[in-house]
Design a protein around this ligand. Structure first.
Ligand SMILES: [Ca+2]
Length: 526
């Protein structure tokens, strides 16, 4: 860490402490802020009104952005539910979390989460909906852990479609507020199940009043047709459901006079559940919406910040604003860096010069490859460039064709992409989504935001690769030290699906509820 960085950090912390003491002296509210962390399931960057999107309406996120900060370069280090959530809960990259780099893992007891730490340090913590998962998380004594706080899930409501959860998230948040002791700050995790699949086909039009022509652009990795556009609108309807509950939560906080001293963070765990997005390492896999509001402390609200921020920055942010030193928490050492200095700077655009890149990657997502192997990737996004290194290019990137490409949820769009393989002139859709890849991939995000034209080989990437590998080495990534097989060997915690490929090959009955039967390629694919 350079001297300049230390100085900026120290100044930001001093300023924060000064503001905290001023505030404590001038108001009856506790100095320590409340925290509302709203995380959607599978919502991609750009799909919100605040980002200029016209086919997804998100008045609540837009409000948070207008009265706070809208981030334009927020990334999860890995585009899949459980490992993404593991990173944001611990402040460490997936490759620093042992088994928790994988989806459906046994979460190692040694990694404490920020809600667990806040709970030990005087915060009242609760959650509704989806916390960390899917997977198994037990403490050293074998007791189930509450990774995101104590569940508040009692209230239910009739959802807009049968595919949307019955959880009345906002009502459960009200129950939580009623339960929170008045003299204690709180932290609440709103884990919406939307817009995770399945969707009610056609509901975007039938129930959302949307039109196929509302979509200004279909990404270049999928065919542009009615089925795909409908799928996108159905996704939009689910995003709007998540946003509506957020709006009710903000209104409830306002009614109780709690909004001003609540740090509100709105984001998602990974990109949309479409081929080439969720479960991959392309830009749309990890680039996520992020808006942050804290009326008492964020200077110059209504800003747009272009710094590169990572999900591993959330945990250190929450602990810092709560006034808790990391070393007091018993959490494993942090890799992320607090965002509080951005809150306090008042600046828009690029705020902190060192925040000019993020690291991303992937280990095992779903089963379906021989021996339950994953598809290991590490990558870096810097400026307009995204560089990916695929460590095992002889494996199928989205999962084996004969076992249904299980890294990609079944969907109308997946079906269209799979069909394209056999349609003259359309095979490129299948190739970019499911085909084999070389070890190195380089994309220019300015000219190719959908990451369909690999420039590696045509353009140099040595500098990016060196920076990526240097930083991974400093972070003790086993993959860099030649011990990457550790990740492949961690057992899948979903015992029914373990050795899916082997069972399939032996003719045993297997079931993957998250894909369609037609996703399994009956004829060998080369
Ligand atoms: Ca997810």
């Amino acid at each position: 860490m350079g001297m300049k960085k230390i100085t900026t950090l120290t100044l930001a912390m001093l300023l924060l402490e000064l503001l905290a003491s001023l505030h404590a002296a001038s108001a009856a509210q506790p100095a320590r802020p409340n925290i509302l962390f709203a995380v959607a399931d599978d919502w991609s960057y750009g799909h919100a009104g605040a980002y200029g999107c016209v086919w997804v309406n998100t008045p609540s996120l837009d409000r948070v952005a207008r009265e706070g900060i809208l981030f334009t370069h927020a990334y999860t280090p890995t585009g899949k539910c459980a490992p993404s959530r593991a990173a944001l809960l611990t402040g460490r990259n997936p490759w620093q979390l042992k088994a928790a780099a994988n989806h459906w893992c046994y979460f190692p007891a040694e990694f404490k989460t920020f809600p667990e730490a806040l709970g030990e340090q005087g915060y009242f913590t609760g959650m509704t909906g989806k916390g960390w998962g899917p997977g198994v998380a037990k403490d050293a004594a074998g007791k189930n852990r509450q990774m995101a706080g104590r569940p508040f899930d009692k209230r239910q409501a009739t959802p807009p479609t049968a595919q949307i959860a019955r959880n009345d998230y906002a009502a459960n948040f009200t129950d939580f507020l009623d339960a929170a002791p008045k003299d204690q700050p709180w932290c609440f995790w709103y884990g919406g199940f939307e817009p995770h699949r399945g969707y009610e086909f056609g509901s975007g039009i039938a129930k959302g009043g949307k039109k196929l022509s509302d979509i200004d652009r279909v990404p270049a990795c999928w065919p542009d047709n009615e089925a795909v556009r409908n799928d996108m609108l159905d996704y939009a309807l689910e995003v709007e459901h998540f946003d509506r509950h957020l709006g009710r939560m903000l209104a409830e906080l306002e009614k109780r006079g709690l909004l001003d001293n609540t740090l509100v963070v709105v984001t998602s765990d990974n990109g949309m559940p479409f081929p080439h997005d969720k479960g991959y390492a392309y830009n749309d896999s990890g680039h996520l919406p992020l808006a942050v509001m804290w009326k008492n402390r964020i200077l110059n609200p209504g800003r747009r910040v272009d710094d590169y921020v990572s999900f591993i920055d959330f945990a250190p942010t929450f602990l810092q604003v709560a006034g808790i030193a990391w070393k007091e928490t018993g959490m494993a050492p942090v890799t992320g860096r607090s965002l509080a200095e951005i809150f306090m700077s008042g600046k828009a655009g690029r705020v902190i010069p060192e925040r000019d890149h993020v690291l991303i990657g992937k280990e095992r997502n779903d089963v379906g490859r021989p021996h339950d192997w994953g598809y290991p990737i590490r990558g870096i996004v810097k400026g307009d460039l995204l560089y990916l290194h695929n460590f095992e290019p002889s494996r199928w990137p989205g999962g084996n064709p004969e076992t249904g490409y299980l890294d990609t949820d079944g969907s109308p769009t997946k079906t269209e992409v799979l069909k394209s393989r056999l349609v003259p002139g359309q095979k490129h859709f299948w190739e970019v989504c499911f085909g084999m890849r070389p070890a190195d991939q380089l994309f220019n995000l300015r000219h190719d935001p959908d990451c369909v034209s690999n420039l590696a080989g045509k353009e140099p990437f040595d500098m990016l690769k060196r920076q990526l590998f240097d930083e991974l080495e400093k972070q003790d990534d086993p993959r860099l030290a030649g011990n990457g097989n550790l990740f492949d060997a961690y057992p899948c915690a979903n015992t029914a699906d373990r050795d899916f490929y082997g069972k399939f090959k032996r003719g045993e009955k297997v079931k993957a509820g998250w894909v369609n039967d037609s996703d399994f390629e009956a004829i060998p694919v080369d």
